[in-house]
Design a protein around this ligand. Structure first.
Ligand SMILES: [Zn+2]
Length: 50
């Protein structure tokens, strides 16, 4: 019996936010102080962290 080694490892992608409205695959555009989705227009303010 052949055993297929197929491990799906989720690569630590670049810290990109995913649009909660559009779902996986749609990342938010990185702006100066916010993220925004070019698809639905969702905007998320960046947290001031340092
Ligand atoms: Zn969106």
């Amino acid at each position: 019996m052949a055993e297929k080694k197929k491990e799906l490892k989720t690569k630590p992608y670049k810290k990109k936010k995913v649009c909660p409205k559009c779902g996986h695959g749609t990342s938010l555009a990185d702006h100066k102080n916010r993220f925004s989705c070019g698809k639905c227009g969702y905007t998320e303010m960046k947290a001031k962290n340092g």
